[in-house]
Write a protein that binds this ligand. Structure first.
Ligand code: ADP
Ligand code: MG
Length: 699
């Protein structure tokens, strides 16, 4: 037997000192963890070079030969050791500057060695400084004869002489001892269907691959497994939630929905809107609690879907709430929705931080009585004083602005939790959605309403500012309106406000009264003043809106057709995409001008180029994911599911899809993993479950 929980201290090749470093630096405590400490890179040691074949600039090479002579050469500081290494085609010098005494006495003359290292080429001859050396007879017995694994390391580790050779040696001992006892973790059926390597072979070949082909198979198997168990968890969570958390049954489609659908809609819904609405309707009728993410690019038409969903709740005798992240947005939703619902006999109110006490009281009262049907607002809705008679549905716009805690707070107000629909215009790459939100249901509006003209996007350097001003004047002369947006990053807030003020002043000089009127909106203004400025722009009384990113989300002014983004290199991709989405909402051709300095980092360049190239939110999100990594996208860092050991969310999407589909099939056939063939899966699943508490429930 072998105990996989054996502390690393007791493993051959790792003493107490090394064990401490392994624990501190890599979090590796047990034999099992060491087995699952995967290399991040490999070097090819399957090939041998002859000395005559060596070429300058060849990278690292491996050569067989013997040391025929060795001498110490004195130099200014200390000495260096020079050995002459020979094979049947030529000679080469090996050079050491450190540990020369010890080496001189331990290197064996005229015995076959295998050496490995980087070549230097100087004055027509080759040398190899500090080669790795191993007697050929030892080399032949070791596992490292193909690709040499290199492991992640830290400065502290290398300082303690903890290099990949030490790790490889320890793993070699460990594998020799533990190999017969390594359990299979997938079912025979899954292994066979997907032609996956066994767990044993995969662990052996990930650490000591005999060939590129075997390495690829080992990686495929281990990546699949990693994704598979995450998906099993997410899908089971979803099933459990659906099973356990009851929800209101919205079985009727009644007067409110039907009459609005027939006479309130000013356009035909797109195919995608219809499909999504069907998904939502079906979900709310099952008796289980709905927890659904509605994704749709900027301008895809989420609002109307939200409104129709609310009307279904009303038809079933329930109240609904719509939460927006900012006052401006809540107000816009309120205005849009009251206008759309005019004449349909629905009561709608707006509740924000600046709602007057008198109105507030009235809202509280009518909510509790049940006569108020739709409440739209900001965080103010979540206050304890706000009590619904029967809240059946809560719609949350731009979910990442709201914490999970706040969301669940809404659940507590009634006997059953209201159905939840989260709308987001930040497209989440499919791979990320599958792993971070795999336990939510997702609906995607992947089609824009007809007749939209893509926004023309250009990148201009600051030196082109005068031409940009001229362009603004031309567009304004055509009756259009213009946004000019400045970055506002918390860390450099003071400087950013200065930039904004400077920019505002120079725009005032370029666009003087009485021909031009300018609005300004930024975070330091009082809500009332912001609202006033915003309204001037919405009504078309001002032609230019100078703002920080407060206008980022949701604001809808169809006549605004030019978006100028200052210091665009400082914005993230999703923000740029959101900002650009503020224009292109009317019938006119719209433009987005990305202004930047000339000095750009590679990432900034990629971001700006991506914006110029495409307006597809999902494509942009994919680039963003590649640039920033999954951990930084939309606060997903809390979700431990993204701490992947070997798989890569971006590069291994094929394995991810495969793993998800397989997990679905396995659970469909055997929800409790009770079948004998699924025993290895059940055991592994339970073990992972026991070991970790990282499976943060996102919903
Ligand atoms: P978002 O998804 O960004 O919230 P909105 O709901 O604000 O988008 O919709 C953007 C604009 O498109 C609105 O003016 C809306 O009236 C319009 N719209 C929505 N759906 C359609 C449709 N099916 N056909 C035509 N216009 C639509
Ligand atoms: Mg919207």
């Amino acid at each position: 037997m072998f105990d996989f929980d054996t502390p690393v201290t007791y493993l051959t090749g790792i003493g107490p000192a090394k064990a401490t470093v392994l624990q501190k630096e890599m979090g590796i405590f047990s034999a099992n963890q060491l087995l699952n400490f995967f290399p991040h890179r490999y070097v090819d040691k399957s090939q041998f070079f002859k000395i005559r074949e060596l070429v300058p600039n060849a990278s690292e090479v491996q050569i067989k030969g013997v040391v025929v002579g060795i001498k110490e050469v004195q130099q200014k500081r200390g000495s260096r050791l020079v050995a002459t290494f020979k094979d049947d085609t030529g000679t080469l010098e090996l050079i050491w500057f450190r540990a020369t005494k010890w080496l001189k006495s331990s290197i064996k003359i005229n015995e076959p060695y295998v050496i490995y290292g980087k070549l230097n080429f100087f004055n027509g001859s080759f040398s190899m400084p500090h080669p790795e050396m191993e007697l050929e007879e030892h080399y032949k017995k070791s596992l490292t004869t193909g690709l040499q694994a290199l492991y992640p390391s830290t400065e502290k580790m290398s300082a303690k002489g903890f290099n990949h050779k030490v790790i490889s040696k320890a793993l070699e001992h460990l594998l020799k001892e533990a190999f017969p006892y390594i359990h299979e973790t997938l079912s025979p059926e899954v292994l066979k269907e997907l032609d996956l390597m066994s767990k044993k072979e995969a662990l052996l070949n990930i650490h000591f691959p005999k060939s590129h082909e075997l390495l690829a198979k080992a990686q495929k198997r281990l990546k699949f497994e990693e994704f598979f168990y995450i998906q099993m968890q997410l899908i089971r969570n979803k099933l459990i939630r659906k099973d356990k958390i009851k929800g209101y049954v919205f079985e009727h489609i009644g007067m409110y929905f039907n009459s609005f659908y027939q006479s309130g809609l000013k356009f035909d819904l797109t195919g995608a809107q219809k499909r999504v609405l069907k998904e939502i309707r079906a979900d709310m009728a099952t008796g289980a609690h709905m927890n659904r993410l509605l994704q749709g690019d900027v301008g895809a038409g989420k609002t109307i879907v939200a409104l129709l969903t609310m009307l279904i709740a009303l038809d079933n005798g329930f109240q609904t709430a719509l939460l927006a992240p900012t006052e401006i947005l809540a107000t816009q939703h309120y205005q849009a929705i009251t206008e759309l619902l005019q004449g349909f006999g629905v009561t709608v109110q707006l509740l924000t931080g600046s709602t007057k006490t008198k109105v507030r009281r009235e809202i509280h009262k009518t909510l509790e009585e049940g006569s108020l049907q739709i409440l739209i607002g900001t965080h103010a809705i979540l206050e304890d004083k706000v009590v619904f008679k029967n809240l059946g549905l809560a719609i949350i716009d731009e979910q990442h602005r709201f914490g999970v805690a706040q969301r669940s707070k809404m659940w507590m107000k009634n006997s059953l939790p209201p159905h939840i629909l989260i709308m987001t215009a930040t497209p989440i790459p499919r791979t990320l959605a599958m792993s971070a939100y795999g336990d939510l249901d997702v609906s995607v509006i992947d089609e824009l309403p007809p007749g939209r003209k893509p926004v023309q996007t250009v990148h201009r350097f600051d030196s082109a500012r005068l031409r940009v001003f001229k362009f603004m004047r031309d567009e304004i002369a055509k009756g259009r309106q213009v946004y000019v947006v400045y970055p506002l990053i918390e860390e450099s807030e003071a400087m950013d406000y200065k930039d904004l003020q400077d920019g505002y002043e120079s725009i005032q000089r370029e666009f003087p009264l009485p021909d031009y009127r300018i609005s300004i909106v930024h975070g330091k203004m009082k809500p009332d003043d912001k609202e006033l400025e915003m309204q001037c722009f919405v009504k078309g009384e001002t032609q230019i809106m100078v703002a920080t990113t407060v206008i980022e989300v949701g604001v809808n002014v169809p006549n605004a057709s030019v978006m100028i983004i200052e210091s665009a290199e400082r914005f993230g991709l999703s923000q740029l995409h959101q900002l650009r989405g503020r224009v292109g909402r009317g019938a006119d051709q719209s433009y987005c001008i990305l202004m930047s300095g000339v000095k750009l980092s590679n990432d900034s360049k990629t971001r700006l180029e991506t914006m110029v190239r495409t307006s597809d939110g999902f494509e942009i999100a994919e680039v963003d994911l590649k640039l920033r990594g999954p951990g930084n996208l939309m606060g997903t860092q809390q979700s431990g599911v993204l701490n992947l050991k070997i798989a890569d969310l971006v590069k291994d999407s094929k394995e991810l899809h495969l793993a998800r589909n397989t997990a679905v099939l396995v659970l469909q056939e055997d929800p409790n993993l009770a079948l004998p063939k699924n025993k290895p899966i059940k055991q592994t699943y339970e073990q992972i479950h026991k070991r970790t508490s990282i499976w943060a429930n996102i919903s």
